[in-house]
Design a protein around this ligand. Structure first.
Ligand code: ZN
Length: 714
């Protein structure tokens, strides 16, 4: 469930990739113009030596003018400007004149500059966001047909060229001359001692920490878009999976997208007592063939062949369940997919690498993900994942699963889904209760102050927050779209059927309302708008889940009991254990690519298989009684999402920490307000302020130990 439109820096990478992929279509012409402009103007005679001479001269001159107190600032600023200055920005004289004019040599001048930038960047972000929201309105809301031009409006990003523009007109250089860029190490080690203003200055400078040429961004967007397309059509026609006797386990027309639908089918098959196990084993076999690329090319997204994934035989389909015309001329063989999976991944790597030289404070994609997007050092994140993977609780939970299944675990049981607590109420009962309360979106809008009061906000504060939220009828299942300037409101998009809201819609609306409340408080109540938002998407999701978990009590129904809480915890723990291994594989594969930049797709395949096996053998083989399993490499994100997977396990850890703190405090409202005012500092600093401890696996492990005791009681 997405909270749309965080601040640009906090954009989840999925969104970022999406944004980039729209850029491909929209901005090709413009980017090409930009490229040729650059070549024309780069014939200037400015050399590194000249720039360096100018810098020395300015250093002496301005130091004499402003005094020793400005020494460090001046030297830092000059270096930062030099790092990004290109011949087309001007010759040595232009560089010198720029610095003399724009260095803020005393506090009052600097304060004015800071305040002005903060105000104007808020206006810029706010209005750009407002425009994007309006442009996407027809697509996002339930307002009738979407015309082709609506899609173009919706895909257009008016802010795509701002960074380029700001370097060109020098607004970015003025920031770099006056406010220091920092490393993650500095933010972690010194950040806790910084003033709030220093934090705001840090975020201001960071906006201009890279100057990636348009053609490089375009290449990254293209690789991301191509990878997305490769993944989006990677379907398996399940009715055409046959066993040795030619039997079909799955129903006609079932078409599952790898890996999401395949994994979810494994989860659903636990409920099928007849052939569930055979189905799960078959899907595991399919997944392994995708990872190892031994899957026949003819079996991918093709209802015209029958495929036995165990023997790898393919034959023309003996039954039809689709209107897709047969590819008459194609000879049906079991020739494997020619490493397209790994060729696609390599292309995203090679495109990402093109940005490295333009990102001096984070010179690899791995650095950019960990040090900029997550702001948790890779080693520390890895250690937290290992805390979960090597926890003595793993074999205990595994034993419990085994006894609930009545059989030894098999590798696909990393997706065990049997800890879901049953509900006291039927879906129909809940639907009726919700529809009566909320026949229209307006009815929900009117009830927000009341809902917030129930969640512990004071009546005053509840009215204040509710006054910043607008409810809109969503076309899809719903989302929350925050504002980026204080004069704008955040939007709660929710789905209301003609017969009124149903329970599922309500459950989602409460989750999205959690996002809206966070968005409102972390924009309007934070002391500097440069610090608006939360450290990363895991935080906003965790806060939204706190709200969502209260949905029944908000309906006046008795909510969960200790046992269902325990089951939910065990479900989350097992999911974290699974995805932690997947994340480690994603991380190791990116390191391997950086270590072997000239690898072939076949070499990357071999390396990935080995990494997946090694990870399995280290953390899973003993629990499952089987070695050398490659399932951890099946996630599609690994191919098209640029090292996004570690966000999932870390999100679980953060959610547990926040939930634990809110439980301890006994009231959601005031805790929520206190936490969200912190704004976008590092995750550890945010968490220290919120809970007294940095981000860690402690909360999830403690809760799991408690849950095991609770379940053992019955
Ligand atoms: Zn969400």
């Amino acid at each position: 469930m997405d909270a749309k439109s965080r601040s640009p820096q906090a954009l989840s990478f999925a969104l970022f990739a999406l944004l980039l992929s729209t850029l491909i279509h929209q901005d090709l012409a413009m980017a090409q113009t930009a490229v040729s402009d650059t070549t024309q103007t780069s014939n200037s005679t400015l050399t590194a030596q000249q720039l360096s001479d100018s810098m020395k001269k300015l250093d002496t001159e301005l130091l004499a003018k402003y005094g020793e107190a400005q020494k460090v600032r001046l030297s830092t600023g000059l270096h930062q400007v030099m790092e990004f200055w290109r011949p087309e920005d001007g010759d040595a004289a232009a560089f010198e004149s720029f610095v003399r004019t724009n260095f803020a040599g005393d506090q009052a001048t600097l304060d004015t500059m800071f305040t002005r930038y903060q105000r104007l960047l808020e206006q810029l972000d706010g209005h750009m966001h407002e425009m994007s929201r309006e442009f996407a309105t027809q697509q996002d809301l339930d307002l009738g047909p979407i015309r082709p031009y609506d899609e173009i409006f919706g895909g257009y990003d008016p802010s795509a060229h701002i960074t380029d523009d700001f370097f060109q007109n020098k607004l970015a250089f003025i920031v770099l001359l006056n406010f220091p860029l920092t490393t993650l190490e500095e933010r972690i080690n010194e950040g806790p001692k910084w003033t709030r203003r220093q934090w705001a200055e840090t975020r201001l400078a960071e906006r201009f920490s890279k100057r990636v040429p348009a053609e490089v961004n375009l290449a990254i967007a293209k690789a991301g878009g191509d990878a997305g397309n490769y993944i989006a059509s990677y379907n398996i026609w399940m009715y055409h999976l046959v066993d040795d006797k030619g039997q079909r386990l799955f129903p006609p027309k079932m078409r599952l997208l790898s890996h999401w639908n395949l994994r979810d089918e494994i989860k659903a098959d636990y409920a099928d007592t007849q052939s569930g196990l055979a189905k799960q084993r078959t899907i595991q076999q399919v997944m392994e063939r995708i990872v190892t690329q031994s899957i026949p090319q003819a079996a991918i997204d093709n209802p015209q062949v029958d495929w036995n994934p165990f023997t790898n035989d393919v034959k023309p389909a003996s039954v039809q369940d689709s209107d897709t015309p047969a590819k008459t001329d194609a000879k049906i063989t079991n020739t494997p997919e020619p490493d397209a999976r790994y060729a696609t991944l390599l292309k995203t790597f090679r495109a990402s690498r093109m940005a490295d030289p333009y990102s001096p404070t984070a010179p690899t994609l791995i650095d950019r993900r960990f040090n900029e997007d997550r702001e948790i050092p890779e080693e520390r994140l890895k250690a937290m994942l290992e805390d979960v993977l090597t926890s003595p609780l793993v074999p205990q939970v595994a034993k419990l699963i085994q006894s609930r299944l009545g059989r030894p675990l098999e590798p696909f049981d990393i997706w065990y889904a049997g800890f879901r607590p049953g509900s006291k109420y039927s879906e129909a009962e809940l639907d009726a209760a919700v529809a009566k309360k909320y026949p229209t979106p307006e009815a929900y809008q009117k009830d927000i102050p009341n809902l917030l009061t129930k969640l512990g906000f004071s009546p005053d504060r509840a009215r204040y927050v509710a006054g910043h939220i607008i409810v809109d009828p969503a076309r899809g299942s719903g989302h929350a779209m925050g504002a980026q300037m204080r004069s704008e409101k955040s939007h709660l998009r929710t789905r209301v059927e003609k017969s009124g809201m149903n329970y599922k819609g309500f459950n989602i609306a409460v989750h999205e309302m959690g996002h809206n409340v966070e968005q409102t408080l972390s924009l309007n109540d934070v002391d500097y708008t440069l610090l608006q938002s939360v450290p990363n998407t895991a935080f906003t999701e965790a806060l939204a889940f706190v709200f969502q978990a209260q949905d029944l009590s908000l309906l006046g129904l008795s909510s969960s009991d200790a046992r269902s809480d325990a089951m939910k915890t065990l479900n989350d723990f097992w999911g974290t254990y699974e995805i932690a291994g997947v994340a480690l594989v994603d991380m190791a594969v990116w390191h391997w690519m950086y270590d072997h930049p000239d690898a072939t797709p076949a070499q990357l395949r071999e390396a990935t298989i080995q990494i997946a096996k090694d990870t399995w053998n280290r953390y899973y083989a003993q629990v499952f009684g089987k070695k050398d399993v490659v399932l951890l490499a099946i996630y599609s994100h690994m191919i098209d999402s640029f090292l996004y997977l570690p966000d999932y396990p870390i999100g679980h850890l953060i959610a547990f920490q926040i939930e634990e703190q809110i439980k301890k405090s006994g009231s959601i409202g005031p805790e929520f307000e206190r936490m969200t005012k912190m704004g976008r500092v590092t995750p550890d600093l945010w968490m220290e302020n919120a809970t007294g401890k940095p981000v860690s696996a402690d909360a999830i492990l403690t809760a799991t130990a408690e849950a095991l005791k609770q379940v053992g009681k019955q």
